[in-house]
Design a protein around this ligand. Structure first.
Ligand SMILES: [Zn+2]
Length: 894
């Protein structure tokens, strides 16, 4: 036996923000990890020991693993009876360590044994320290490439293995991991105990999870699967809703997938500091507290729906992602697109009152907005370095992929789609899959060429614009003809028909479509024309003519609003459609019409008047989702198009348009009022108070905001955030004091974030600087700091004060940046609208690099450019339209 040499190799001192990691060499395949961790929550460090059983495929004198920010004290490799000390050699830029041995390893099994240590960092990645005002916690977030910060590992999604995890923690603490707690024994030492968890199923390293602290749980079960919702002790009273929803969702999925929940138990843990919304670790989903813990009786509809749908997303991942995993990160949509698509299903089935179908249209719009940029990327895109991989977690991988799945699902029928999905899950369970594996399974199950439709949507960037022109054609009567039997036929009266000409091209937010190198998409276009039954047609050519029986008074070419494309109608067709929309289109279809028109005025392909006419035509439409779709475009007009000369005219028009609805809905909820009406009220207050400067709305909002600060449960939970925001928008330094003083008193996360989210609305140099100063102080949690900065910067009214402050205080701001929050600060600059600031932003972030944000910076610059041309094209159009449409909602007019 070789003498034990106590050596320490330091792998990383500095966070390798720009490491260009590369894939591990082939030839050694992990089978099983035996991991023991001893975290020290006071010193914020941990020690660990790993025994990794591997299969050596071909003779090798070294084994390469991933490792980052770890120190290795000791390493050896055993084959049969022979144990060799291994010499670690680090490649920090690759986040790898190579363990070299003196005599080559033979093909066959081997055990790698490593003793290591690391730091519980404050960057919310790897094994990290989370803090409350009372104490420290240790927790993990490994997706995408941060398991390597907790233990040396084969940290690639296709290298699945089983895991035995043991945690040695303080006597008063507990721990949660992927497996069930199998054993809990005292020691080592008097003040610690050792918790051993059951062997996991075969899974990827990024799904390993550990949490250590004084967590308290509520317990339940569904279909014989034990479910717990856990968090810090103060959150115990806020766990009931999540526990109930988790049970509902688990039963729904068991049935939908025809395959029982595969991982034995389910823990859902709210941790005090968390980077993402939530993380689907196998059997142990970790969460940002605000998305999990709600007061069952005093929370908004939105908060309930959000808890439910985020749970549904993470639980969907237990099948899509955890059981069947993408082979590599280029196909991360196989995880995220599926979970996003799936999450709305249990919501639609079990809580129809939330109308998740309408949220699907909103999600699709979010994807279409991003995908219309020249700096978008295909759903499947090259992603090799951790930087590139982290950038893949965006609206393209989530919402675009989900929208494409919805479109294909509607085309082949939901039941057939389900059969294909389930066949795919069964075939690749505990294994890995690619995009082709998915659409081949769907093609087989449906007998339709899904493999013709999906590749263009997945492999090429951007989105189609479908141009529509409908024409009524009455063919001339056929002349009398002589039949073979020499009898004369009478002239035949030909039936009139509508010919709908569909043309596809790529849509760009800057309106210049001509330069598209794309091959045509094969698009399932679903058509609704007058009284005809809706039907779907594959549009695979650049132009096709689709005949419809009869002279239809109008035609709508996104029936069901499930298409992933924008539509532009011929001007006359749009007029007819706008007039018929309220009676002829479903709510989802009206929302998609509004969204498309809004995109077309921004791109300059239509005049702003056509959009405002549509809003007027729908001004009696009391559907929450329709009013919601008006808010961003009407606000954008207020931010960038109105001038001092017509601001009041614009506000008067909004007041005239929406006051009648507000008068019906009233400020105080009626008994038994629908959840949609609660939300509608908040939207109307946002438009009247937040945009149109309606004095009544401002006065009542301010009164309710003050009431909320004193007694949050006394204000309708669905209205609270909006009144706080409207009050803040017109508030002074004294009101800001009231907000800041109230924040520590808010016990439920929703109430705390209602106040916190409103801080960005305060205007003027001093309040803005005060909020920014607060954001970078220790008062604000790690997980919230950079986001508060980006919220303030995103408010166009604050940019003259916020942007100079952020530049001047960059070292303080930069210190708060975690994995993806830096990119959010850059994304917030998108609401700028002048060339000088654009150049300044570009130069500043070129000089001050932020991790995983290279594409975001290009997108922000493109969005600023698009705003500049939007203003140039539409400002005069707006002025002309307002001249012709004076509002009667003048401030004095009651
Ligand atoms: Zn996800």
């Amino acid at each position: 036996m070789a003498p034990l040499r106590k050596l320490v190799w330091i792998l990383f001192i500095i966070v390798p923000a720009f490491a260009a990691a590369q894939r591990l060499p082939e030839g050694v395949v992990p089978q099983h990890y035996d991991l023991t961790f001893t975290p020290d929550l006071q010193k914020a460090t941990f020690t660990g020991e790993a025994i990794i059983q591997v299969q050596v495929v071909r003779p090798a004198s070294a084994v390469t693993l991933n490792a980052a920010e770890l120190e290795i004290q000791e390493a050896s490799i055993t084959q049969g009876e022979k144990t060799q000390q291994a010499q670690p050699g680090f490649q920090p830029e690759k986040e790898q360590v190579t363990l070299a041995v003196a005599s080559a390893l033979e093909p066959g099994p081997a055990d790698i044994r490593i003793k290591f240590s690391g730091v519980l960092n404050d960057k919310l990645r790897g094994f990290y320290l989370a803090k409350t005002r009372l104490r420290n916690y240790a927790t993990t977030q490994f997706e995408a490439t941060d398991a390597r910060r907790a233990f040396p590992s084969f940290d690639e999604p296709a290298l699945k293995a089983t895991f035995d995890i043991t945690l040695i923690v303080a006597k008063a603490d507990t721990a949660i991991s992927n497996g069930r707690l199998m054993a809990d024994v005292s020691g080592p030492g008097a003040d610690r105990h050792t918790l051993k968890f059951s062997t996991t199923s075969k899974m990827s390293t990024y799904l390993v999870a550990m949490a250590v602290g004084d967590f308290e749980c509520s317990e339940g079960s569904a279909d014989n699967v034990p479910i717990r919702v856990c968090g810090t002790p103060d959150k115990k009273p806020l766990q009931a809703a999540a526990l109930r929803y988790a049970g509902e969702i688990l039963k729904y999925y068991n049935q939908y997938y025809g395959m029982a929940y595969p991982f034995g138990k389910l823990d859902v843990v709210g941790v005090p500091d968390f980077e993402a919304g939530a993380m689907e670790n196998t059997g142990a989903i970790f969460y940002r507290e605000s998305l999990l813990f709600i007061d069952d009786n005093n929370s908004s509809v939105h908060a309930h729906q959000e808890v439910f749908e985020v749970l549904a997303h993470e639980m969907a991942h237990q099948w899509f992602g955890d059981l069947v995993t993408m082979k590599w990160w280029d196909n991360v949509w196989l995880n995220e697109g599926f979970a996003t698509w799936m999450a709305l299903k249990p919501s639609q089935a079990l809580h129809p009152e939330w109308n998740a179908t309408l949220d699907a249209v909103k999600e699709t719009d979010r994807a279409l907005s991003l995908d219309a940029l020249r700096n978008t990327h295909p759903i499947r895109a090259k992603a090799e370095s951790p930087e590139e991989i982290n950038e893949m977690f965006d609206a393209i991988s989530y919402e675009k992929a989900a929208a494409v799945l919805r479109m294909v699902e509607a085309y082949v029928s939901p039941e057939v789609f389900r059969r294909g999905v389930n066949a795919y899950l069964r075939k690749f369970a505990y294994s890995n899959a690619t995009a082709e594996d998915f659409w081949n399974a769907l093609t087989l199950a449906s007998g339709r060429r899904v493999d013709n439709i999906m590749p263009a949507f997945v492999n090429q960037p951007g989105e189609p614009l479908v141009l529509v022109k409908a024409a009524c054609v009455t063919p001339p009567p056929q002349p009398a003809t002589k039949s073979k039997r020499r009898r004369f036929r009478r002239p035949v009266q030909a039936h009139p028909k509508t010919e709908i000409t569909l043309t596809q091209q790529r849509f760009f937010s800057d309106g210049h479509s001509g330069s598209s190198p794309n091959s045509p998409w094969v698009i399932p276009v679903c058509i609704k024309a007058g009284d005809n039954k809706p039907f779907c047609q594959l549009l695979g050519e650049r132009q096709q003519v689709v005949p419809v029986v009869g002279c239809s008074p109008w035609a709508f070419t996104n029936a069901g609003a499930v298409g992933y494309y924008r539509t532009q109608y011929d001007a006359d067709d749009l007029k007819k459609l706008s007039a018929a929309a309220l009676a002829g289109l479903s709510t989802a279809e009206r929302v998609s019409l509004v969204n498309d028109e809004s995109a077309l005025i921004r791109s300059g392909q239509e005049k702003i008047g056509s959009f405002l006419d549509l809003v007027s035509a729908l001004s009696s439409d009391q559907e929450r989702a329709v009013v919601e779709s008006f808010v961003p475009p009407l606000r954008l007009i207020d931010d960038h198009l109105v001038t001092e000369a017509n601001r009041e005219a614009y506000h008067a028009w909004i007041r005239a348009t929406f006051r009648p609805m507000m008068e019906k809905v009233k400020w105080t909820p009626a008994a038994g009022e629908s959840e949609e009406t609660h939300t509608l009220r908040a939207l109307l207050v946002k438009l009247l108070g937040g945009v149109a400067e309606d004095p009544d709305a401002i006065r009542e909002s301010t009164r309710l905001a003050r009431q909320f600060l004193q007694n949050p449960n006394s204000v309708d939970a669905s209205l609270a955030r909006t009144v706080l925001e409207v009050a803040a928008r017109y508030g002074d330094a004294a009101l800001l004091d009231e907000y800041l003083a109230a924040m520590p008193r808010m016990t439920a996360p929703e109430q705390f974030y209602n106040v916190s989210a409103a801080l960005k609305e305060f205007r003027g140099q001093q309040p803005v600087e005060r909020v920014l100063q607060l954001a970078v102080s220790p008062e604000v949690r790690n997980q919230d700091a950079a986001r508060l900065v980006s919220d303030v910067l995103h408010n166009p009214a604050n940019q003259n004060s916020a942007w100079p402050w952020i530049k001047a205080h960059w070292p303080e701001v930069e210190k708060q940046i975690t994995v993806s929050s830096g990119a959010e600060i850059i994304a917030a600059t998108e609401s700028e609208c002048d060339a000088g600031t654009r150049d300044d932003v570009r130069q500043f972030f070129t000089e001050h690099k932020v991790p995983s944000s290279e594409r975001t910076l290009r997108q922000s610059v493109e969005r600023i450019n698009s705003c500049i041309s939007y203003r140039d094209r539409q400002q005069n159009n707006l002025a002309a339209w307002l001249d012709q449409h004076p509002g009667n909602g003048s401030v004095g007019n009651r």
